[in-house]
Design a protein around this ligand. Structure first.
Ligand code: HAM
Length: 490
Protein backbone atom coordinates (compact mmCIF):
# COMPACT_ATOMS: atom_id res chain seq x y z
CA UNK A 1 0.00 0.00 0.00
CA UNK A 2 1.32 3.46 -0.75
CA UNK A 3 2.10 5.54 2.30
CA UNK A 4 -0.13 8.46 3.11
CA UNK A 5 1.00 11.52 1.24
CA UNK A 6 3.23 13.84 3.19
CA UNK A 7 0.66 16.54 2.69
CA UNK A 8 -1.26 14.96 5.57
CA UNK A 9 1.42 16.28 7.85
CA UNK A 10 1.19 19.68 6.24
CA UNK A 11 -2.52 19.80 6.77
CA UNK A 12 -2.22 18.73 10.35
CA UNK A 13 -0.67 22.06 11.24
CA UNK A 14 -3.75 24.21 11.53
CA UNK A 15 -5.32 21.51 13.63
CA UNK A 16 -3.17 22.38 16.59
CA UNK A 17 -3.25 26.12 16.43
CA UNK A 18 -4.78 26.40 19.85
CA UNK A 19 -4.04 23.09 21.49
CA UNK A 20 -1.68 23.87 24.31
CA UNK A 21 -3.66 22.11 27.02
CA UNK A 22 -3.56 18.70 25.35
CA UNK A 23 -0.18 19.04 23.69
CA UNK A 24 2.76 19.10 26.05
CA UNK A 25 5.50 21.53 25.17
CA UNK A 26 8.07 18.86 24.37
CA UNK A 27 5.77 16.60 22.52
CA UNK A 28 6.71 13.49 20.63
CA UNK A 29 3.99 11.65 18.82
CA UNK A 30 4.42 7.90 19.31
CA UNK A 31 5.33 6.21 16.04
CA UNK A 32 2.25 4.05 15.97
CA UNK A 33 0.08 7.14 16.08
CA UNK A 34 1.25 8.28 12.68
CA UNK A 35 0.22 7.33 9.25
CA UNK A 36 3.39 8.83 7.84
CA UNK A 37 6.46 9.26 10.00
CA UNK A 38 7.32 12.40 8.03
CA UNK A 39 4.36 14.13 9.51
CA UNK A 40 5.95 13.76 12.93
CA UNK A 41 8.05 16.90 12.53
CA UNK A 42 5.12 18.89 11.35
CA UNK A 43 3.06 17.66 14.23
CA UNK A 44 5.52 18.34 17.00
CA UNK A 45 6.60 21.70 15.64
CA UNK A 46 3.02 22.76 15.21
CA UNK A 47 2.22 21.76 18.71
CA UNK A 48 5.28 23.44 20.17
CA UNK A 49 4.70 26.66 18.36
CA UNK A 50 1.02 27.02 18.53
CA UNK A 51 -0.32 25.03 21.47
CA UNK A 52 -3.83 25.49 22.81
CA UNK A 53 -6.93 23.37 22.64
CA UNK A 54 -9.37 24.47 20.04
CA UNK A 55 -12.89 24.77 21.26
CA UNK A 56 -11.90 23.84 24.82
CA UNK A 57 -14.35 25.19 27.37
CA UNK A 58 -13.71 26.09 30.94
CA UNK A 59 -14.94 23.35 33.23
CA UNK A 60 -15.03 25.52 36.31
CA UNK A 61 -18.59 25.70 37.61
CA UNK A 62 -20.50 28.80 36.70
CA UNK A 63 -21.70 30.82 39.67
CA UNK A 64 -25.01 29.47 40.97
CA UNK A 65 -27.58 32.00 41.93
CA UNK A 66 -29.11 31.66 45.40
CA UNK A 67 -32.58 30.76 44.17
CA UNK A 68 -31.29 27.70 42.27
CA UNK A 69 -31.71 24.43 44.15
CA UNK A 70 -29.01 21.77 44.15
CA UNK A 71 -30.61 18.50 43.09
CA UNK A 72 -29.83 15.07 44.45
CA UNK A 73 -27.96 13.45 41.57
CA UNK A 74 -28.93 9.94 42.66
CA UNK A 75 -32.06 8.35 41.19
CA UNK A 76 -35.00 7.87 43.60
CA UNK A 77 -34.49 5.08 46.15
CA UNK A 78 -34.92 1.65 44.62
CA UNK A 79 -34.61 2.85 41.04
CA UNK A 80 -31.65 2.73 38.69
CA UNK A 81 -29.88 4.82 36.12
CA UNK A 82 -28.47 2.90 33.21
CA UNK A 83 -25.14 4.48 32.26
CA UNK A 84 -23.65 2.99 29.05
CA UNK A 85 -21.93 0.02 30.72
CA UNK A 86 -25.17 -0.99 32.50
CA UNK A 87 -27.22 -0.33 29.39
CA UNK A 88 -24.95 -2.68 27.41
CA UNK A 89 -25.62 -5.39 29.99
CA UNK A 90 -29.35 -4.72 29.98
CA UNK A 91 -29.46 -4.86 26.19
CA UNK A 92 -27.51 -8.11 26.23
CA UNK A 93 -29.97 -9.60 28.72
CA UNK A 94 -33.04 -8.38 26.85
CA UNK A 95 -31.58 -9.60 23.57
CA UNK A 96 -31.32 -13.08 25.09
CA UNK A 97 -34.91 -12.83 26.40
CA UNK A 98 -36.06 -11.84 22.91
CA UNK A 99 -34.01 -14.47 21.11
CA UNK A 100 -35.33 -17.29 23.29
CA UNK A 101 -38.90 -16.06 22.84
CA UNK A 102 -38.31 -15.99 19.09
CA UNK A 103 -36.89 -19.54 19.19
CA UNK A 104 -40.15 -20.67 20.79
CA UNK A 105 -42.31 -18.86 18.21
CA UNK A 106 -43.65 -16.13 20.52
CA UNK A 107 -44.75 -12.66 19.38
CA UNK A 108 -43.75 -9.55 21.29
CA UNK A 109 -46.34 -7.29 22.91
CA UNK A 110 -46.23 -4.33 25.27
CA UNK A 111 -48.66 -2.35 27.42
CA UNK A 112 -48.61 1.05 29.10
CA UNK A 113 -46.59 1.37 32.30
CA UNK A 114 -49.49 3.44 33.62
CA UNK A 115 -52.71 1.49 33.98
CA UNK A 116 -56.03 1.88 35.72
CA UNK A 117 -55.58 1.09 39.43
CA UNK A 118 -58.59 -1.26 39.34
CA UNK A 119 -56.63 -3.68 37.16
CA UNK A 120 -54.36 -4.57 40.09
CA UNK A 121 -56.82 -4.68 42.95
CA UNK A 122 -57.81 -8.20 43.87
CA UNK A 123 -59.73 -9.35 46.92
CA UNK A 124 -57.21 -11.79 48.37
CA UNK A 125 -55.01 -9.28 50.23
CA UNK A 126 -51.89 -9.81 48.14
CA UNK A 127 -48.61 -8.13 49.03
CA UNK A 128 -48.45 -6.66 45.54
CA UNK A 129 -51.49 -4.49 46.28
CA UNK A 130 -49.82 -2.88 49.30
CA UNK A 131 -46.79 -2.20 47.13
CA UNK A 132 -48.76 -0.41 44.43
CA UNK A 133 -47.56 2.97 43.20
CA UNK A 134 -50.99 4.52 42.72
CA UNK A 135 -52.34 8.04 42.51
CA UNK A 136 -55.09 10.18 41.08
CA UNK A 137 -54.27 11.79 37.76
CA UNK A 138 -55.26 15.32 36.76
CA UNK A 139 -58.54 13.98 35.41
CA UNK A 140 -59.39 12.45 38.82
CA UNK A 141 -58.82 8.89 37.57
CA UNK A 142 -57.22 6.36 39.90
CA UNK A 143 -54.16 5.07 38.10
CA UNK A 144 -51.17 2.91 39.02
CA UNK A 145 -47.70 2.12 37.74
CA UNK A 146 -47.93 -1.54 36.79
CA UNK A 147 -46.40 -3.90 39.37
CA UNK A 148 -46.58 -6.81 36.89
CA UNK A 149 -47.58 -7.43 33.28
CA UNK A 150 -50.17 -10.21 33.57
CA UNK A 151 -53.29 -8.08 34.24
CA UNK A 152 -52.44 -5.84 31.26
CA UNK A 153 -52.01 -8.92 29.09
CA UNK A 154 -55.41 -10.22 30.25
CA UNK A 155 -56.95 -6.81 29.46
CA UNK A 156 -55.50 -6.87 25.96
CA UNK A 157 -56.67 -10.43 25.32
CA UNK A 158 -60.22 -9.44 26.33
CA UNK A 159 -60.01 -6.31 24.18
CA UNK A 160 -58.85 -8.31 21.14
CA UNK A 161 -61.72 -10.78 21.67
CA UNK A 162 -62.46 -12.99 18.73
CA UNK A 163 -60.19 -11.03 16.39
CA UNK A 164 -57.24 -13.16 17.49
CA UNK A 165 -56.95 -16.88 17.00
CA UNK A 166 -55.89 -19.10 19.84
CA UNK A 167 -53.51 -20.13 21.12
CA UNK A 168 -51.73 -16.83 21.62
CA UNK A 169 -48.06 -17.07 22.43
CA UNK A 170 -47.00 -13.64 23.59
CA UNK A 171 -43.91 -12.30 25.27
CA UNK A 172 -43.08 -8.90 26.72
CA UNK A 173 -40.15 -7.21 28.43
CA UNK A 174 -41.30 -4.28 30.49
CA UNK A 175 -40.63 -2.16 33.52
CA UNK A 176 -42.64 -2.89 36.65
CA UNK A 177 -42.96 -0.85 39.83
CA UNK A 178 -43.42 -2.17 43.37
CA UNK A 179 -42.91 -0.25 46.57
CA UNK A 180 -40.81 -3.13 47.97
CA UNK A 181 -38.65 -3.42 51.00
CA UNK A 182 -35.24 -3.29 49.40
CA UNK A 183 -33.23 -6.51 49.55
CA UNK A 184 -30.65 -8.07 47.28
CA UNK A 185 -32.33 -8.55 43.90
CA UNK A 186 -35.53 -6.76 44.96
CA UNK A 187 -35.99 -3.13 44.09
CA UNK A 188 -38.74 -0.63 43.50
CA UNK A 189 -38.39 -0.74 39.77
CA UNK A 190 -37.42 -3.80 37.79
CA UNK A 191 -37.79 -5.20 34.31
CA UNK A 192 -39.64 -8.43 33.76
CA UNK A 193 -39.52 -10.83 30.86
CA UNK A 194 -42.90 -12.53 30.51
CA UNK A 195 -43.93 -15.38 28.26
CA UNK A 196 -47.58 -16.39 28.28
CA UNK A 197 -49.62 -18.98 26.40
CA UNK A 198 -53.31 -18.21 26.14
CA UNK A 199 -55.79 -20.82 24.99
CA UNK A 200 -54.06 -24.09 25.92
CA UNK A 201 -55.60 -25.99 28.86
CA UNK A 202 -53.03 -28.81 28.78
CA UNK A 203 -49.87 -28.99 30.88
CA UNK A 204 -47.89 -29.15 27.63
CA UNK A 205 -48.01 -25.33 27.82
CA UNK A 206 -46.32 -25.18 31.24
CA UNK A 207 -43.75 -27.73 30.05
CA UNK A 208 -42.98 -25.54 27.02
CA UNK A 209 -42.64 -22.40 29.17
CA UNK A 210 -40.22 -24.08 31.59
CA UNK A 211 -38.26 -25.34 28.59
CA UNK A 212 -37.93 -21.76 27.31
CA UNK A 213 -36.55 -20.55 30.66
CA UNK A 214 -34.02 -23.40 30.71
CA UNK A 215 -33.01 -22.59 27.13
CA UNK A 216 -32.37 -19.04 28.31
CA UNK A 217 -30.28 -20.23 31.27
CA UNK A 218 -28.17 -22.45 29.04
CA UNK A 219 -27.54 -19.57 26.59
CA UNK A 220 -26.13 -17.41 29.34
CA UNK A 221 -24.05 -20.14 30.96
CA UNK A 222 -26.27 -21.09 33.92
CA UNK A 223 -26.53 -24.82 34.59
CA UNK A 224 -28.79 -27.20 36.54
CA UNK A 225 -26.25 -27.15 39.37
CA UNK A 226 -26.62 -23.36 39.68
CA UNK A 227 -30.43 -23.14 39.76
CA UNK A 228 -33.47 -25.35 40.23
CA UNK A 229 -37.23 -25.13 39.73
CA UNK A 230 -39.66 -25.96 42.52
CA UNK A 231 -42.96 -27.03 41.07
CA UNK A 232 -46.39 -27.76 42.49
CA UNK A 233 -50.03 -27.25 41.62
CA UNK A 234 -52.60 -25.15 43.40
CA UNK A 235 -54.97 -28.03 42.78
CA UNK A 236 -53.11 -29.84 45.60
CA UNK A 237 -54.33 -27.19 48.03
CA UNK A 238 -57.74 -27.14 46.42
CA UNK A 239 -58.13 -30.87 46.98
CA UNK A 240 -57.12 -30.59 50.64
CA UNK A 241 -59.52 -27.68 51.19
CA UNK A 242 -62.32 -29.54 49.45
CA UNK A 243 -61.81 -32.55 51.75
CA UNK A 244 -62.33 -30.21 54.71
CA UNK A 245 -65.34 -28.46 53.11
CA UNK A 246 -63.56 -25.08 52.99
CA UNK A 247 -65.58 -22.79 50.66
CA UNK A 248 -64.04 -22.16 47.18
CA UNK A 249 -63.99 -18.38 47.65
CA UNK A 250 -61.39 -18.74 50.44
CA UNK A 251 -58.97 -20.48 48.14
CA UNK A 252 -57.09 -17.36 46.90
CA UNK A 253 -56.80 -16.01 50.43
CA UNK A 254 -55.41 -19.29 51.80
CA UNK A 255 -52.82 -19.39 48.99
CA UNK A 256 -51.63 -15.88 49.88
CA UNK A 257 -51.23 -16.88 53.54
CA UNK A 258 -49.39 -20.09 52.64
CA UNK A 259 -47.02 -18.21 50.33
CA UNK A 260 -45.61 -16.42 53.38
CA UNK A 261 -44.78 -19.67 55.16
CA UNK A 262 -41.02 -19.17 54.83
CA UNK A 263 -41.14 -15.50 55.78
CA UNK A 264 -43.36 -15.61 58.90
CA UNK A 265 -43.38 -17.70 62.11
CA UNK A 266 -45.58 -20.81 61.86
CA UNK A 267 -47.87 -19.53 64.64
CA UNK A 268 -48.67 -16.43 62.62
CA UNK A 269 -49.47 -18.57 59.57
CA UNK A 270 -51.71 -20.86 61.63
CA UNK A 271 -53.53 -17.89 63.15
CA UNK A 272 -54.07 -16.30 59.74
CA UNK A 273 -55.46 -19.58 58.38
CA UNK A 274 -57.77 -19.84 61.39
CA UNK A 275 -58.99 -16.27 60.82
CA UNK A 276 -59.61 -17.19 57.19
CA UNK A 277 -62.07 -19.82 58.42
CA UNK A 278 -60.04 -23.04 58.53
CA UNK A 279 -60.43 -25.58 61.33
CA UNK A 280 -57.41 -26.78 63.33
CA UNK A 281 -57.67 -30.24 61.70
CA UNK A 282 -57.73 -28.71 58.22
CA UNK A 283 -54.72 -26.52 59.04
CA UNK A 284 -52.72 -29.52 60.31
CA UNK A 285 -53.62 -31.56 57.22
CA UNK A 286 -52.72 -28.66 54.96
CA UNK A 287 -49.34 -28.13 56.61
CA UNK A 288 -48.61 -31.85 56.39
CA UNK A 289 -49.36 -31.89 52.66
CA UNK A 290 -47.29 -28.74 52.09
CA UNK A 291 -44.21 -30.44 53.49
CA UNK A 292 -44.29 -33.17 50.83
CA UNK A 293 -41.40 -33.19 48.40
CA UNK A 294 -42.16 -36.35 46.45
CA UNK A 295 -44.86 -36.97 43.89
CA UNK A 296 -45.24 -40.62 44.98
CA UNK A 297 -45.95 -39.50 48.53
CA UNK A 298 -48.44 -36.93 47.27
CA UNK A 299 -50.19 -39.61 45.25
CA UNK A 300 -50.38 -41.82 48.37
CA UNK A 301 -52.14 -39.03 50.28
CA UNK A 302 -54.37 -37.53 47.58
CA UNK A 303 -54.94 -40.68 45.53
CA UNK A 304 -54.15 -40.96 41.84
CA UNK A 305 -57.54 -39.87 40.54
CA UNK A 306 -57.29 -36.12 41.18
CA UNK A 307 -56.20 -33.50 38.62
CA UNK A 308 -53.35 -32.26 40.82
CA UNK A 309 -51.40 -35.50 40.70
CA UNK A 310 -52.30 -36.17 37.05
CA UNK A 311 -51.09 -32.68 35.95
CA UNK A 312 -47.86 -32.96 37.89
CA UNK A 313 -47.13 -36.47 36.64
CA UNK A 314 -47.66 -35.35 33.06
CA UNK A 315 -45.42 -32.32 33.56
CA UNK A 316 -42.60 -34.43 35.01
CA UNK A 317 -42.86 -36.98 32.22
CA UNK A 318 -42.77 -34.19 29.61
CA UNK A 319 -39.72 -32.77 31.37
CA UNK A 320 -37.98 -36.06 30.72
CA UNK A 321 -38.74 -35.81 27.00
CA UNK A 322 -37.61 -32.16 26.89
CA UNK A 323 -34.46 -33.28 28.72
CA UNK A 324 -34.68 -31.01 31.76
CA UNK A 325 -35.62 -33.43 34.57
CA UNK A 326 -32.48 -32.53 36.52
CA UNK A 327 -33.59 -28.87 36.67
CA UNK A 328 -36.92 -29.46 38.39
CA UNK A 329 -38.31 -30.94 41.58
CA UNK A 330 -41.74 -31.31 43.09
CA UNK A 331 -42.28 -29.18 46.20
CA UNK A 332 -45.80 -28.90 47.60
CA UNK A 333 -44.94 -25.75 49.56
CA UNK A 334 -44.78 -23.66 46.38
CA UNK A 335 -48.09 -21.83 45.98
CA UNK A 336 -46.98 -18.35 44.73
CA UNK A 337 -48.09 -15.02 46.14
CA UNK A 338 -50.56 -13.93 43.48
CA UNK A 339 -54.22 -14.81 43.90
CA UNK A 340 -55.04 -15.64 40.30
CA UNK A 341 -53.13 -18.93 39.87
CA UNK A 342 -55.35 -21.98 39.50
CA UNK A 343 -53.10 -24.91 38.52
CA UNK A 344 -49.39 -25.65 38.10
CA UNK A 345 -47.16 -23.07 39.86
CA UNK A 346 -43.40 -22.88 39.72
CA UNK A 347 -40.50 -20.82 40.98
CA UNK A 348 -36.82 -20.93 40.19
CA UNK A 349 -34.12 -20.40 42.82
CA UNK A 350 -30.34 -20.38 42.99
CA UNK A 351 -29.20 -23.66 44.54
CA UNK A 352 -26.97 -21.88 47.06
CA UNK A 353 -30.12 -20.28 48.49
CA UNK A 354 -28.54 -16.84 48.66
CA UNK A 355 -30.98 -14.97 46.43
CA UNK A 356 -34.70 -14.36 46.08
CA UNK A 357 -36.74 -16.12 43.37
CA UNK A 358 -35.20 -15.70 39.91
CA UNK A 359 -38.53 -16.21 38.16
CA UNK A 360 -41.98 -17.56 38.79
CA UNK A 361 -45.18 -18.39 37.02
CA UNK A 362 -48.08 -20.71 36.63
CA UNK A 363 -51.55 -21.32 35.27
CA UNK A 364 -54.27 -18.72 35.67
CA UNK A 365 -57.37 -20.08 33.93
CA UNK A 366 -59.85 -17.72 35.58
CA UNK A 367 -58.17 -14.33 35.51
CA UNK A 368 -59.99 -13.09 32.42
CA UNK A 369 -63.44 -13.58 33.94
CA UNK A 370 -62.45 -11.45 36.95
CA UNK A 371 -62.13 -8.59 34.41
CA UNK A 372 -65.49 -9.39 32.80
CA UNK A 373 -64.12 -11.46 29.91
CA UNK A 374 -64.74 -15.09 29.00
CA UNK A 375 -62.37 -17.43 30.74
CA UNK A 376 -59.62 -18.70 28.50
CA UNK A 377 -57.03 -21.13 29.85
CA UNK A 378 -53.72 -19.36 30.28
CA UNK A 379 -50.30 -19.76 31.82
CA UNK A 380 -47.07 -17.84 31.87
CA UNK A 381 -44.11 -16.64 33.87
CA UNK A 382 -42.32 -13.48 34.94
CA UNK A 383 -38.52 -13.34 34.99
CA UNK A 384 -36.91 -10.27 36.56
CA UNK A 385 -33.67 -8.63 35.46
CA UNK A 386 -32.26 -8.00 38.93
CA UNK A 387 -31.73 -11.43 40.52
CA UNK A 388 -30.29 -13.02 37.39
CA UNK A 389 -27.67 -10.25 37.14
CA UNK A 390 -26.75 -10.84 40.79
CA UNK A 391 -26.39 -14.55 40.08
CA UNK A 392 -24.28 -14.00 36.96
CA UNK A 393 -22.05 -11.65 38.93
CA UNK A 394 -21.70 -14.21 41.70
CA UNK A 395 -20.78 -16.98 39.25
CA UNK A 396 -18.37 -14.77 37.30
CA UNK A 397 -20.54 -15.17 34.21
CA UNK A 398 -21.18 -11.54 33.34
CA UNK A 399 -20.12 -11.12 29.70
CA UNK A 400 -17.40 -8.58 28.88
CA UNK A 401 -19.27 -5.97 26.87
CA UNK A 402 -17.21 -3.11 25.53
CA UNK A 403 -18.27 -0.07 23.64
CA UNK A 404 -17.33 -0.79 20.05
CA UNK A 405 -17.44 1.45 17.00
CA UNK A 406 -15.95 0.08 13.79
CA UNK A 407 -14.43 3.31 12.46
CA UNK A 408 -13.22 6.60 13.79
CA UNK A 409 -13.18 9.35 11.15
CA UNK A 410 -11.15 12.49 11.65
CA UNK A 411 -10.54 15.60 9.53
CA UNK A 412 -6.94 16.78 9.54
CA UNK A 413 -7.99 20.37 8.97
CA UNK A 414 -11.07 22.09 10.29
CA UNK A 415 -11.87 23.05 6.67
CA UNK A 416 -12.26 19.35 5.99
CA UNK A 417 -14.94 18.77 8.65
CA UNK A 418 -17.60 18.65 5.91
CA UNK A 419 -15.53 16.14 3.93
CA UNK A 420 -15.17 13.99 7.07
CA UNK A 421 -18.95 14.11 7.51
CA UNK A 422 -19.27 12.88 3.93
CA UNK A 423 -16.88 10.00 4.63
CA UNK A 424 -18.82 9.10 7.78
CA UNK A 425 -22.13 9.20 5.90
CA UNK A 426 -20.73 6.99 3.14
CA UNK A 427 -19.52 4.38 5.62
CA UNK A 428 -22.73 4.48 7.66
CA UNK A 429 -24.64 4.00 4.39
CA UNK A 430 -22.65 0.78 3.94
CA UNK A 431 -23.68 -0.38 7.40
CA UNK A 432 -20.42 0.54 9.16
CA UNK A 433 -20.55 2.25 12.54
CA UNK A 434 -18.61 5.50 12.67
CA UNK A 435 -17.49 7.79 15.44
CA UNK A 436 -16.95 11.12 13.72
CA UNK A 437 -14.51 13.44 15.50
CA UNK A 438 -16.57 16.63 15.70
CA UNK A 439 -13.92 19.13 16.73
CA UNK A 440 -10.33 19.81 15.79
CA UNK A 441 -8.30 17.48 17.98
CA UNK A 442 -4.66 16.44 18.12
CA UNK A 443 -3.90 13.00 16.74
CA UNK A 444 -2.87 11.84 20.21
CA UNK A 445 -6.42 12.54 21.38
CA UNK A 446 -7.88 10.75 18.36
CA UNK A 447 -5.81 7.63 19.01
CA UNK A 448 -6.77 7.61 22.67
CA UNK A 449 -10.41 7.86 21.73
CA UNK A 450 -10.00 5.13 19.09
CA UNK A 451 -8.64 2.84 21.81
CA UNK A 452 -11.47 3.76 24.19
CA UNK A 453 -14.18 2.94 21.67
CA UNK A 454 -12.33 -0.15 20.40
CA UNK A 455 -12.30 1.19 16.83
CA UNK A 456 -10.91 -1.14 14.20
CA UNK A 457 -9.99 1.54 11.65
CA UNK A 458 -8.90 5.15 11.73
CA UNK A 459 -9.92 7.10 8.64
CA UNK A 460 -8.03 10.36 8.18
CA UNK A 461 -9.23 13.03 5.81
CA UNK A 462 -6.32 15.21 4.59
CA UNK A 463 -6.47 17.99 1.98
CA UNK A 464 -4.29 16.60 -0.80
CA UNK A 465 -5.79 13.13 -0.55
CA UNK A 466 -9.28 14.55 -0.43
CA UNK A 467 -8.60 16.55 -3.61
CA UNK A 468 -7.93 13.18 -5.26
CA UNK A 469 -11.12 11.73 -3.74
CA UNK A 470 -9.03 9.66 -1.35
CA UNK A 471 -8.72 9.14 2.40
CA UNK A 472 -6.07 7.63 4.64
CA UNK A 473 -6.85 4.39 6.45
CA UNK A 474 -5.03 2.84 9.38
CA UNK A 475 -5.98 -0.63 10.62
CA UNK A 476 -5.49 -0.17 14.31
CA UNK A 477 -4.85 -3.79 15.25
CA UNK A 478 -2.04 -4.38 12.73
CA UNK A 479 -0.80 -0.86 12.06
CA UNK A 480 -1.31 -1.41 8.31
CA UNK A 481 -2.01 1.87 6.54
CA UNK A 482 -2.96 2.91 3.04
CA UNK A 483 -4.82 5.43 0.93
CA UNK A 484 -8.03 4.48 -0.75
CA UNK A 485 -10.68 6.14 -2.92
CA UNK A 486 -13.75 7.02 -0.88
CA UNK A 487 -16.10 5.06 -3.12
CA UNK A 488 -13.92 1.95 -2.67
CA UNK A 489 -14.01 2.20 1.11
CA UNK A 490 -16.13 -0.66 2.45
P1 HAM B 1 -43.86 -12.47 40.48
O1 HAM B 1 -43.38 -13.71 41.14
O2 HAM B 1 -44.50 -11.45 41.32
O3 HAM B 1 -44.84 -12.93 39.31
O4 HAM B 1 -42.64 -11.80 39.73
C1 HAM B 1 -41.94 -12.52 38.75
C2 HAM B 1 -40.45 -12.24 38.85
O5 HAM B 1 -40.24 -10.84 38.74
C3 HAM B 1 -39.81 -12.60 40.17
O6 HAM B 1 -39.48 -13.97 40.22
C4 HAM B 1 -38.57 -11.73 40.13
O7 HAM B 1 -37.62 -12.26 39.23
C5 HAM B 1 -39.11 -10.48 39.49
N1 HAM B 1 -39.49 -9.48 40.51
C6 HAM B 1 -40.66 -9.34 41.14
N2 HAM B 1 -40.64 -8.31 41.99
C7 HAM B 1 -39.42 -7.76 41.90
C8 HAM B 1 -38.76 -6.66 42.52
N3 HAM B 1 -39.37 -5.89 43.40
N4 HAM B 1 -37.47 -6.38 42.18
C9 HAM B 1 -36.84 -7.14 41.28
N5 HAM B 1 -37.41 -8.19 40.65
C10 HAM B 1 -38.67 -8.51 40.96
C11 HAM B 1 -45.47 -12.04 38.50
O8 HAM B 1 -45.25 -10.88 38.44
C12 HAM B 1 -46.43 -12.73 37.54
N6 HAM B 1 -47.20 -11.68 36.87
C13 HAM B 1 -45.69 -13.60 36.57
C14 HAM B 1 -46.56 -14.28 35.57
C15 HAM B 1 -46.65 -14.00 34.26
N7 HAM B 1 -47.40 -15.25 35.85
C16 HAM B 1 -48.05 -15.58 34.73
N8 HAM B 1 -47.58 -14.80 33.74
Amino acid sequence: MPAIHSSLSFYMKPLFLSNSSLFPRKFTVPKEYLLNPRSLCALSSASNQNGGRSGARSLSPSPVSDDLQKIDVNPPKGTRDFPPEDMRLRNWLFHNFQEVSRLFGFEEVDFPVLESEALFIRKAGEEIRDQLYCFEDRGNRRVALRPELTPSLARLVIQKGKSVSLPLKWFAVGQCWRYERMTRGRRREHYQWNMDIIGVPAVTAEAELISSIITFFKRIGITASDVGFRISSRKVLQEVLRCHSIPEHLFGKVCIIIDKIEKLPLDVIKNDLKSAGMSEAAIEELLRVLSIKSLTELEEILGGAGEAVADLKLLFSLAEKFGYSDWIQFDASVVRGLAYYTGIVFECFDRDGKLRAICGGGRYDQLLSTFGGDDIPACGFGFGDAVILELLKEKGLLPPLNHQVENIVCALDHNLQGAASMVATTLRGKGQSVDLVLESKPLKWVFKRAARINAQRLILVGTTEWQKGMVGVKILSSGEQYEIKLDELE
